[in-house]
Structures are given as C-alpha cells and as structure tokens.
Design a protein around this ligand. Structure first.
Ligand SMILES: CC(C)(COP(=O)(O)OP(=O)(O)OC[C@H]1O[C@@H](n2cnc3c(N)ncnc32)[C@H](O)[C@@H]1OP(=O)(O)O)[C@@H](O)C(=O)NCCC(=O)NCCS
Length: 160
C-alpha cells in the first residue's frame, strides 16, 4: 500500500535515508574527502532536507508500507511559478529493492505531480547512480545537463 506520510514518521524516513543514501549523498562524499569540517555529520544535513520536504509539501510525501513497515518513500516539491514538479528524494530499503517498489513510488509521485497541473517534471541524479538513472530513463526522463560538485575547506583558500 502507498499512502501519504504522517508527520510523526519523519524519524523513520530519516533512518531510511541513513541506510540508503550513503553512496549517493553529495554531503557524504564531501565528508569522505574532508572529514566533518562543519561539525555536522552528512545525515544531519540530509535529515534537514527531508524535514523541509515534509514541511513544504506534506501531502506530496508518500510511503510504501509492506507488512506494516515503511519499505521506502518518495518526496515531491511543487513549483507553481514554473509549473514544475520535482522529486527531491526517493529511497527503498535494501531488503525491499529490486521488487518494483521504486517504480511504484515514482508512478505514484508523478501521477500526483500531473494531477497538480504541472507541465514539467524534474529529477537530479548523481552520475555514478546507474540504477536510479536507468529507472528515470525508463520512465521517459531525458538527460538535459550534467553538473560537477566542487568543495574546498575554507582553511585551504589562499586569500589575496
Ligand atoms: C533507486 C531505488 C529507489 C530503486 O528502488 P527499487 O525498488 O530497487 O527499484 P525497482 O525494483 O522498482 O526497479 C525499477 C528499475 O530501476 C532500475 N534499477 C533499480 N536498481 C537498479 C540497480 N541496482 N541496477 C540497475 N538498475 C536498477 C531498473 O531499471 C529497474 O527496472 P527493471 O527491474 O525493470 O530492470 C533504490 O535502489 C534505492 O533506494 N537506492 C538508494 C537511494 C537512491 O539512489 N535514490 C535515488 C536518488 S536520485
């Protein structure tokens, strides 16, 4: 069953991100390169992102429930000014992956975006995340641009 997430499920969603996003988080990559420069672990930053998704569009966060457990979830953001629906986060717990749940969640979210009257759907994916990229391509998403993420400790900056 897929249903709208409940506000009190925030911690469960963050835990799913902790388990699934280690290899696909830009903040985790920065932490691996430079350590915890900001004093905050990558998951805290990600947790703030999920909290923001829930706060800004609570009716657009959907969970897949299997045997009364949240197996995965997806968040959406609706930008009416630019008639665009975004998918900021999609995650399925490893033990439930490869069973079609990611596909099901994506269909659910895209139907919601369509029903919201948007004209465009957008998703960002890291280049090495081949599984997610394949999934999006199968849905019809097209690659329009690629981006590199650069970072540097402020202490390394040589000022004039
Ligand atoms: C990406 C993710 C949500 C897919 O969830 P899932 O439930 O395993 O996906 P499904 O079982 O519905 O698979 C759907 C399609 O995704 C693609 N896919 C998913 N995982 C894949 C993998 N590891 N390798 C190759 N293709 C993969 C396939 O095209 C698959 O379709 P197919 O089975 O017809 O070939 C899940 O792997 C995940 O949570 N990953 C970590 C977090 C993440 O990367 N999120 C997306 C950030 S942009």
């Amino acid at each position: 069953m897929i249903r709208t997430a409940k506000p009190e499920e925030l911690d469960a969603l963050i835990e799913i991100i902790r388990i699934t996003f280690e290899k696909v988080s830009i903040d985790k990559s920065i932490e691996d390169h430079f350590g915890q420069l900001t004093g905050m672990p990558w998951i805290d930053r990600k947790a703030a992102d999920i909290r923001r998704d829930l706060a800004q569009n609570p009716q657009g966060v959907f969970v897949k429930v299997v045997d009364e457990k949240i197996a995965g979830f997806i968040t959406t953001a609706i930008d009416r000014d630019f008639s665009t629906g975004r998918i900021p986060h999609l995650a399925v717990l490893p033990e439930y992956q490869g069973k079609g749940i990611g596909k099901e969640l994506l269909h659910y979210a895209l139907q919601y975006i369509k029903a919201s009257g948007m004209k465009l759907m957008r998703i960002e994916v890291l280049a090495h995340n081949k599984g997610a990229f394949k999934l999006y391509r199968e849905f019809g998403f097209e690659e329009v641009s690629a981006q590199l993420h650069l970072a540097m400790p402020v202490s390394k900056y040589k000022s004039l």
